[in-house]
Design a protein around this ligand. Structure first.
Ligand code: NAP
Length: 475
């Protein structure tokens, strides 16, 4: 007998860890996603040349094999179904929708052609259906990637990766040719603070120095630490990650470039002040930056303060990789300042701070876009502990009388024409993997929702497999 039934909204890592833990505790769980496909940023965010990171999906597949699990893909909360309709049917609703939009720089020229948010560029090369028709002009010789996080490293690496290396990954087919034909030879990675404050993790920064066709370049002068950073780095407060990052950067600065065809240059203490172009809305031709210095922020950290000095970096592409931001869900309390669902340790709270019975948040939409995939397991444990405590106290949501778990699937099927279940996703998964096999690729992603739905419903004949050989016929 199940302890109750929960809806988890969003089938990314946080949604899957919460699902696994709820199933283990005796709940039945319906896992929803707006896309017909599960796995969130593992599918649409993790870089194609990082297959090991993607293998975490095996853990999620094991959770999906547990009794009490159902997947409802292609269901958009807010347009296909509402929060109130969920509360009529479930004891607990957990929002695990992630933070899908990008932070804004707030500088002149930010929206010029040739200035793109990393969120969209990453979603495009990873085959997210909403971005499959985007066109990115990679025909310039120099690109600037703004930001010093792991997403910025992913983007910089993708821009210089050998196309033959990319060819054997699950990168979206529509991105293969643009990457192969790209003329970007130089990528400048721009940090607004110093090397000691970079948000890179060590393996990702180390990987930058091991690229087949790109040298990594750092001017030693860029690594001279200001007194505050030097004192911090020498203190117990400094993280091992920051110390190792600075060591790695010093190794790069000491290197003689090997004369590879491409290069990635790291520059620090520079903030964008304006994106330059020919006329008002002309294509980006340069980035004007302020040279910064660091000063204590009064909270134990250091913040960047612009000096009078300005520099111009000529470039034809600017990728803004300065963090993600959450979007509100209709009817769910939202903290506009933080861009997150209003919550206390995972319990959704109203304006007055009181917990809304049966409503919970988990993952990035709960705590912000930080940490690695595994961080979401601990995060989910905190939220699920509250679900279980509320269940024990009889304080979860009460579905309307007569609500029946067996009626949920027919209700959704009638409401959502392209509803995809786990069985449907398994058909898509098998199709993609089969399409990849002849080309030595892990999969060829299907990037059109109607084609995904057709495959899930068994309507695509085997010979029309999509892939580099041609588009699939959707029956
Ligand atoms: P992030 O780690 O938070 O980095 C954001 C960067 O943007 C920081 O360097 C930040 O600088 C900078 N920034 C913010 N506002 C700025 C502005 N107005 N002007 C200039 N720079 C600005 O975010 P992320 O790279 O998007 O990554 C999100 C999370 O996913 C992170 O936890 C990351 O580790 C994780 N991730 C992991 C992997 C992996 O493990 N392989 C891959 C991708 C992403 P300040 O520090 O000065 O604010």
């Amino acid at each position: 007998m199940s302890k109750g039934i929960a809806a988890v909204i969003g089938a990314g890592p946080a949604g899957f860890y919460a699902t696994e833990q709820l199933l283990a505790a005796g709940f039945a769980v319906d896992l929803y996603d707006a896309l017909p496909t599960p796995f969130g940023l593992v599918r649409a965010g993790v870089a194609p040349d990082h297959p090991k990171i993607k293998s975490v999906t095996r853990v999620y597949e094991r959770a999906a094999a547990r009794p009490g699990f159902r997947f409802f893909g292609g269901v958009v909360l807010g347009s296909d179904i509402t929060r109130v309709e969920l509360l009529e049917r479930y004891h607990a609703v957990l929002y695990a929708v992630g933070t899908s939009s990008d932070n804004r720089l707030g500088v002149r020229g930010e929206d010029r052609p040739g200035s793109v948010p990393a969120t969209e560029f990453v979603a495009w090369y990873n085959g997210h259906p909403d971005f499959a028709d985007r066109v990115f002009d990679l025909t310039c010789s120099r690109a600037v990637v703004i930001g010093n996080g792991n997403v910025a490293l992913d983007v910089a690496r993708m821009l210089v990766l050998d196309p033959d290396e990319l060819q054997v990954t699950d990168v979206a087919d529509h991105a293969l040719t643009p990457f192969r034909q790209a003329s970007v030879r130089e990528v400048v990675l721009l940090g607004r603070r110093g090397p000691a404050q970079a948000a890179f993790t060590n393996p990702e920064l180390r990987e930058l120095g091991e690229l087949a066709r790109a040298d990594v370049v750092v001017d030693p002068a860029e690594l001279e630490l200001d007194e505050h950073s030097a004192a911090w780095l020498a203190s117990d407060a400094a993280s091992a990650t920051a110390r190792r990052n600075v060591e790695l950067l010093r190794e790069y600065a000491a290197r003689e470039p090997a004369g590879k065809s491409h290069l990635i240059e790291l520059r620090f203490l520079r903030s964008p002040v304006e994106l330059i172009g020919e006329d008002e809305m002309g294509h980006v031709s340069g980035l004007r930056v302020a040279v910064n210095r660091l000063q204590p922020d009064g909270r134990g950290g250091l913040r960047a303060v612009a000096s009078e000095a300005r520099e111009l970096i000529e470039c034809g592409l600017v990728v803004r990789s300065i963090g993600y931001r959450g979007q509100p869900l209709p009817g769910v309390p939202f903290d506009e300042r933080r861009g997150l669902i209003r919550n206390r340790a995972g319990r959704v709270t109203g304006e007055d701070g009181a917990h809304l019975p049966g409503e919970f948040a988990v993952g990035w939409i709960k705590r912000g876009p930080s940490g690695v995939i595994g961080t979401n397991k601990k995060d989910a444990a905190e939220t699920v502990a509250h679900v279980l405590a509320d269940a024990a106290a009889g304080a979860l949501n009460q579905p309307r009388s007569g609500a029946d778990a067996q009626e949920i699937e027919p209700w959704l099927a009638a409401r959502v024409p392209g509803l995809v279940t786990w069985e449907g996703w398994s058909a898509i998964d098998a199709h993609e993997q089969q399409s990849g096999k002849p080309h030595g690729r892990p999969r060829v992603k299907v990037v059109r929702v109607p084609e995904m739905v057709a495959i899930a419903e068994g309507r695509v004949p085997a010979q029309s497999l999509s892939g580099p050989l041609g588009p699939a016929a959707v029956g």
